[in-house]
Write a protein that binds this ligand. Structure first.
Ligand code: HEC
Ligand code: HEC
Length: 206
């Protein structure tokens, strides 16, 4: 009797576990479906269907870290990070839309960019790994990681468009990107325009 009861309990536990797994899968499929719907309706025109952003005017978001995407979308929505383009789409996104989009884009394949200036890339690599000790520019690698993949809250900057990286560095320097960015403002403050260009060339080619 005790044995039969234990068997029954095991079966119940198993059935519940199975149902939970199914539910989790269903939720995830539903989340991806919602994300794809949002992307084709509201993001596709600028960032492409998979975040590949073939135009250098728009940042690549394929393979970007999910936590970082969530933060940026919340900041565009609240106006803490300003952008005339993102202002048109971010305010209507719900918290669950933001999470679905972040999961979706973080899972897309990344693509290396193109850089036509090998000499500049070599200088950029030096700045990336060693900074500029003479002027106090810290090594970017310290925070963004050896391969520029970032981490949960830090953006991946490998393969990003040169123009976008340069523009963001200038926005940090001029305190026009102010969504909780004291660290990057300080870094950019110490950089010369040539250093910004060189590091952007290096990163876009990764
Ligand atoms: C009209 C063009 C346009 C549309 C549509 C658009 N974006 Fe953007 N997006 C931009 C531009 C331009 C930037 C860079 C803003 C800046 O200069 O700081 C950007 C930045 C971003 C960033 C920050 C990237 C980073 O590396 O910090 C994310 C994330 C993002 N967009 C997601 C989305 C999502 C999700 C959608 C759809 C809901 C969307 N965008 C729709 C133009 C657009
Ligand atoms: C002390 C840590 C730290 C160092 C050193 C650092 N960064 Fe950053 N960087 C950050 C953080 C944190 C962010 C994300 C800010 C946010 O959440 O909006 C960031 C964001 C950026 C962005 C914006 C990316 C995007 O997708 O919009 C660029 C570009 C960038 N960093 C380039 C550099 C370069 C180039 C260097 C070296 C010269 C560097 N960083 C050094 C911490 C650092």
């Amino acid at each position: 009797m005790a044995k039969a009861f234990a068997w029954l309990k095991l079966r119940v536990v198993f059935a519940v576990a199975l149902a939970t797994v199914k539910l989790a899968h269903g939720d995830e499929a539903e989340e991806m479906r919602r994300a794809e719907e949002l992307v084709s309706a509201r993001c596709f025109l600028c960032h492409g269907a998979a975040g590949e952003s073939s135009s250098p005017l728009y940042p690549k978001i394929a393979g970007q870290n999910a936590e970082y995407i969530i933060k940026q979308l919340r900041n565009f929505k609240s106006g803490e990070r300003q952008s005339n383009d993102m202002r048109k789409v971010a305010p209507d996104l719900s918290e669950s839309d933001i999470k679905a989009l972040a999961t979706f884009f973080s899972r897309q394949n990344t693509s290396p960019g193109k850089s036509a200036f090998p000499e500049m890339r070599a200088i950029g690599e030096k700045i990336y790994t060693n900074g500029n000790p003479a002027t106090g520019v810290p090594p970017c690698m310290k925070c963004h990681g050896e391969k520029a993949n970032g981490s949960a809250n830090l953006p991946r900057i490998a393969g990003q468009h040169t123009l976008y990286i340069e523009t963001q560095l200038v926005l940090f320097e001029e305190r026009r990107r102010t969504n909780d960015n004291a660290q990057m403002q300080e870094v950019a403050n110490k950089m010369s325009p040539d250093e910004m260009r060189a590091v952007a060339e290096y990163l876009s080619g990764l």
